[in-house]
Design a protein around this ligand. Structure first.
Ligand code: SAM
Ligand code: DTB
Ligand code: SF4
Length: 331
């Protein structure tokens, strides 16, 4: 193994990252698979199920998102779901084999009243014996404290792209806003799920820049979702040039090498991927997926398709994850 694979680093330069991206594909995948095997069971994939607990009418203008009030995507706006609906969805996810239940809300940030209702939901899901994750937008320090007390396991808050490209994608908040929430979560020792979206028309340097930001955080996010843009009609990014799938696999592999102890999630966009492409992503070090026929508002592969693919590849769902902690990779 090279040094880059062996140690957990927080000082990656853009040139080093670009050099990884430019490796011959087989060398890159070998390095990524080596890092993966040093830290995880190579045939185990963790599965999480998503539920949108508040859909649409979001005040933010994220150019990729069907839930922004600024774009007419035909989405039914919904109020915060009643607790019994959340319980029923979590029971269903558990019966289908998910171990983590992730609840997402189309908010810029939660009000304190709404946060109290989400805290009730967290407690209901925890009582079912599942891990909890929520994604609610920006949080104050006080709000992260409340979530910690509620026993939340993970908070998802994506950086989405490089700092330079961010302003082309979102104008209603800035990169520092995102970093501030991540810092609030870290101060409360809440596991962080933080990644981005690929295929938004960003450059190679932007993809390297996103991974640089993630890996150079004071702690690697425990979970790193890599989403392929789901193109939704009437969002500004609809019609973006399709990304070369090999570049997507390279991004997963570089994420695996740079954050060897983090769980890398092959997230949104799988309905547009062949089985072969998903298999390459697992080979490149992805070891988590979203499972269930809907993401938040857009389709995801059927459970049966995923189980068949796992079967073909000899992958075990929810197999023992070696260490799900960003900074505990083998040194
Ligand atoms: N509103 C909160 C926020 O933005 O942090 C939480 C919900 S938001 C829908 C969660 C994440 O979903 C975003 O950060 C983005 O990475 C991802 N996402 C949204 N729309 C997407 C799309 N069309 N394709 C891929 N990922 C998407
Ligand atoms: C993440 O990185 N991807 C998920 C989850 N975290 C919340 C969301 C994907 C959303 C895709 C578009 C939709 O279904 O609305
Ligand atoms: Fe709102 Fe989140 Fe969608 Fe942005 S990504 S528009 S903040 S729901």
């Amino acid at each position: 193994m090279t040094d880059a694979v062996q140690s957990v680093r927080h000082d990656w330069t853009l040139d080093e990252i670009k050099a990884l991206f430019e490796l011959p594909f087989n060398d890159l995948l070998f390095q990524a698979q080596t890092a993966h095997r040093a830290n995880f069971d190579p045939n185990a994939v963790q599965i999480s199920t998503l539920l949108s607990i508040k859909t649409g009418a979001c005040p933010e203008d994220c150019a990729y998102c069907p839930q922004s009030a600024k774009y007419d995507t035909g989405l039914e706006r919904e109020r915060l779901l009643p607790i019994e609906e959340v319980r029923a969805a979590a029971i269903n996810a558990r019966e289908n084999g998910a171990t983590r239940f992730c609840m997402g809300a189309a908010w810029r940030n939660p009000t304190d009243k709404n946060l109290d209702r989400v805290i009730e939901m967290i407690s209901v899901v925890k009582d079912l014996g599942m891990e909890t994750c929520v994604t609610l937008g920006m949080l104050t320090r006080e709000q992260t404290r409340k979530l910690k007390t509620a026993g939340l396991d993970y908070y998802n808050h994506n950086l989405d792209t490089s700092p330079e490209y961010y302003r082309e994608i979102i104008t209603t908040r800035n990169y520092q806003d995102r970093l501030d929430t991540l810092e609030n979560l870290r101060m409360e020792d809440i596991n962080v799920c933080c990644g981005g979206i690929i295929g938004m028309g960003e450059t190679d340097t932007d993809r390297a820049g996103l991974l640089q930001q993630l890996a150079n955080l004071p702690e690697h996010p425990q979970s790193v979702p890599i989403n392929l843009l789901v193109q939704v009609e009437n969002t500004p990014l609809y019609g973006s040039e399709e990304l070369d799938p090999i570049e997507f696999v390279r991004t997963i592999a570089v994420a695996r090498i740079m954050m060897p102890g983090s769980v890398v999630r092959l997230s949104a966009g799988r309905t547009a991927m062949s089985e072969e492409l998903q298999a390459l992503c697992f080979l490149a070090g992805a070891n988590s997926i979203f499972y269930g026929d809907t993401l938040l508002t857009t389709p995801n592969p059927d459970n049966n398709e995923d189980l068949e693919l796992f079967d073909k590849l000899g992958i075990v769902a929810n197999g023992e994850q070696a260490r799900e902690s960003g900074d505990t990779a083998a040194a």
